[in-house]
Design a protein around this ligand. Structure first.
Ligand SMILES: *Cc1c(COP(=O)(O)O)cnc(C)c1O
Length: 431
């Protein structure tokens, strides 16, 4: 498989190079030259396969010969080594729980796959690799966990001070060793901007071997297709599901769209957004108008200018009407999130986290105006990650999973940084 850059279609690299580079030169995104088709029989008999087999089938064409079959088999098995249950919530709505991994969020899948691919690609490398990543909440923890103690790799995480939950912060500031956390006194977009600038800096490129672990990296983006297949595997209805995806940078939904293009039956995708609703507005108007990030209760989706938007355009050949046909957009306010968490918990005995609640309500609204359809939403994080918010809403405490109990006794270690490209460069040059 070759990948071209969304900025320059004549530039083509293999999976290994795309993974090591992360971002294409000139701030482009790597995009697969073709989208593989899975045989209809395979899709029809999906639930007769093990999840490891499905994942391998899905990812193999994207990796080609860049990783030998035995290695890839191992990487895939380690990537999906936890449960992905589809849990019924109402008669029409189910929750695909993606929070059973080590950091309790769906980003574990992409981070585990990418860290293992990178480890394989760098097996003969003498120069240390620095993974630079900006996080609005969950990426940092998943990447830190995926790379913790990986030899030859340093991880530097930038996160917006005071804008991630207490547990998220502990997950990215307590690992130590090869993981460093930079606490930026600004927004997620500031963090993302600083990372982008560092990648474009010639002086830094000479000193360090920099790579990214954001969802722009194909090795994080592509494996997110797996659980769409796992969800469908457990889908008992005749009609294909409507799938609602709580979206921020749009990597997750874009992976779902890719899975659909490869043959996965899906009725409709729902781009479920909080107040940072550039996509729903685009779907209404045909104009892409990024704006300043607004802080919300679903902070991992607080993105004003989603970096995977161009991949969605690419996937649909820049045809607005095709995008509109496949994706419906919804904007859900914080007040609605609170009411939804309370109502779903009281009425259906299911506790969504604030991100899942955005997707739940968007799906419910869609189904109300599309009678006879059913669907599932992606529950992207465990509610305990947002226990302050959730406990206040339901007036009860949420039981702590064991992994979190251990975390609470650890000490936070971060370095404070003012926003601005020069500050990050200074920090990196001095390391
Ligand atoms: C990252 C994240 C999202 C948004 O996913 P994107 O791929 O950036 O659209 C949604 N929910 C949670 C819990 C997240 O951590």
């Amino acid at each position: 498989m070759y990948y071209y850059s969304t900025n320059d279609h004549s530039l083509k690299v293999g999976f290994e190079e795309a993974t090591i580079q992360g971002q294409a030169p000139g701030k482009g995104l790597y995009f697969p030259c073709f989208i593989p088709s899975l045989p209809p029989d395979f899709i029809k008999d999906l639930n007769s396969y093990a999840k490891e087999e499905i994942a391998l089938r899905v990812i193999q064409p994207y990796v080609s010969n860049d990783i030998p079959a035995v290695e890839l088999e191992r990487i895939v098995a380690e990537t999906v080594a936890f449960d992905f249950p589809l849990v019924p919530v109402t008669g029409d709505i189910a929750s695909l729980e993606l929070f059973h991994g080590p950091t309790l969020a769906f980003k574990d899948v992409g981070a585990r796959f990418m860290s293992r691919c990178l480890r394989y690609f760098l097996r003969h490398e003498n120069k240390k690799v620095t993974v630079l990543v900006a996080t609005s909440g969950d990426t940092g923890g998943a990447v830190a966990d995926g790379f913790c103690d990986v030899e030859g790799v340093d991880v530097i995480i930038l996160y917006p001070s005071g804008k991630v939950s207490a547990i998220q912060e502990l997950q990215l500031t307590t690992l130590g060793n090869n993981i460093s956390a930079l606490e930026v006194e600004g927004s997620f977009d500031d963090c993302q901007q600083m990372v982008k600038a560092a990648f474009g800096d010639k002086e830094l490129a000479e000193k360090l071997f920099l790579t990214s672990a954001n969802s722009i990296n194909v090795a994080r983006w592509l494996p997110q297709q797996f659980y769409y297949f796992f969800g469908y595997m457990q889908w008992a209805e005749k009609q294909p599901p409507v799938i609602s995806v709580p979206s921020g940078n749009f990597g997750n939904i874009c992976a779902g769209l890719l899975a659909h293009r490869s043959g996965l039956p899906v009725q409709k995708f729902i781009a479920a957004c909080n107040a940072n609703d550039v996509m729903p507005r685009y779907l209404n108007t045909g104009h892409y108008a990024p704006k300043e990030t607004v802080p919300t209760l679903s902070n991992a989706m607080d993105v004003g200018d989603p970096s995977n938007f161009n991949r969605i355009l690419e996937l649909f050949n820049h045809q607005f009407h095709s995008i509109k046909e496949m994706i419906s957009g919804f904007t859900i306010s914080d007040a609605e999130v609170k009411r939804t968490i309370e109502r779903v918990y009281q009425k259906h005995k299911y506790l969504p986290d604030p991100h899942g609640a955005v997707a739940y309500l968007a799906l419910e609204r869609y189904l109300q105006s599309n009678a006879g359809q059913k669907g599932f939403f992606l529950e992207t994080a465990h509610p305990i990650k947002f226990n302050d918010t959730v406990e206040e809403i339901i007036g009860e405490t949420v039981a702590l999973p064991f992994s979190i109990q251990q975390l609470l006794s650890k000490e936070k270690k971060s370095i404070k940084l003012k926003p601005g490209d020069a500050r990050l460069k200074e920090y990196l040059m001095e390391r």
